[in-house]
Design a protein around this ligand. Structure first.
Ligand SMILES: Cc1ncc(C[n+]2csc(CCOP(=O)(O)OP(=O)(O)O)c2C)c(N)n1
Ligand code: SF4
Ligand SMILES: [Mg+2]
Length: 311
């Protein structure tokens, strides 16, 4: 079965289908928050109703990037900071695929920051999970763009003199149409948010707090956490940009004071995705731009039809 013929299958899906036969056990350190992302993602897929054949997971480089090895679906372990351009191209080539991109805070907010900003701006239809452990985990604990000011590490032995990136504020200002923060220690909320993000038509960004007990002992486990949707202190209208911006700023500031605020911060269900805009203009076809196979073994390239139209 190809990824094209599998799309639209209607059947019960078991989350165990997302456990690969090769390397079923993740090799992350004991207590690593990355396990929580994998668990929540596997739990979300049956709820969304997508099979491994209908899903593409693109990852960057880092401990977080190993997610695609431990999750059964189409997978692409790309290069550092470049998961989003790969994911964008795949989604445009095959709009029926459920595309999920994932990587670390260094990967997505540092070296890949430019791609993050523009993928949000263009509202590409995908879910982007950023494992935020406030450190470079894989390369053994260097300061990352989300490390708190004053954080001591091998690269900043006297403490970082830099203000950290505000991931949700950056995402909203750039144009993301769904923005949330969750934490590995909150698996129920994490799964619910993943389901919403995957079902959202547009760029859905999740800042996923993942503790790194090996290299970032300061970050502890992101507990206790408060779900802003359950808190009496917040009465946020997630469709209101200004309110969302204020609440994100508050959550980002308080994280560095030791208070973990999680939940849904912004959701605009009406903004058309980049793919929808391009299809409306007739610039990309409705069907995949890749090779299409037929039952009798014949195939055609819809890309050829596109090229004919432009020559
Ligand atoms: C172009 C390039 N520069 C640097 C590296 C080295 N490198 C690998 S992973 C990494 C940072 C990982 O940190 P993060 O993205 O936060 O992921 P984590 O390991 O914390 O999940 C770096 C700098 C690389 N692989 N490629
Ligand atoms: S180094 Fe940190 S982020 Fe990497 S697997 Fe170990 S605990 Fe997880
Ligand atoms: Mg990291």
């Amino acid at each position: 079965m190809s990824t094209f013929t599998a799309i639209g299958e209607d059947r019960e899906i078991d989350q165990e289908e997302f456990t690969p036969g090769v390397e079923p056990q993740a090799t992350w350190c004991p207590g690593c928050g990355d396990f929580g992302v994998l668990k929540a993602l596997k739990g979300a897929m049956p709820e969304v109703g997508r099979t491994p054949d209908e899903t593409l997971l693109v990852t960057g480089i880092g401990c977080s990037g190993k997610l695609s090895s431990y999750f059964e679906s189409y997978g692409f372990h790309s290069i550092h900071g470049r998961a989003l351009p790969v994911a964008r191209a795949a989604k445009l080539a095959n709009p029926g695929l459920e595309v999920i991109a994932a990587g670390g805070d260094g990967d997505g907010y540092g070296i890949g920051g430019n791609h993050f900003m523009h993928t949000a701006r263009e509202n590409h239809d995908m879910t982007y999970i950023v494992f935020n452990n406030e450190i470079f985990g894989l390369t053994k604990g260097q300061t990352s763009p989300t490390s708190p000011k004053g954080h001591e590490s091998k690269t900043q032995p006297h403490g970082s003199a830099k203000d950290p990136v505000r991931p949700m504020s950056l995402s909203l200002a750039s144009g993301a149409s769904y923005v949330a923060r969750t934490a590995a220690v909150n698996p129920r909320q994490a799964q619910e948010i993943l389901v919403e993000a995957i079902q959202h038509d547009g760029f859905a960004h999740i800042d996923f707090l993942t503790q790194c007990p090996t290299w970032n002992k300061d970050a502890k486990e992101y507990v206790p956490y408060t779900d802003i949707q359950d808190s009496d202190e917040f009465d946020l209208d997630t469709g209101d940009r200004r309110e969302a911006a204020e609440t994100m700023y508050e959550a980002e500031s308080r994280l560095y004071e030791g208070e973990v605020l999680t939940g849904r911060f912004y959701h605009d269900p009406d903004r058309p995705s980049y793919g929808e805009e391009k299809r409306a203009q007739g610039d990309v076809p409705e069907e995949p731009v890749a090779e299409r196979y037929f039952e009798d073994g014949e195939w055609e390239r819809t890309a050829d039809r596109l090229i004919d139209r432009h020559t």
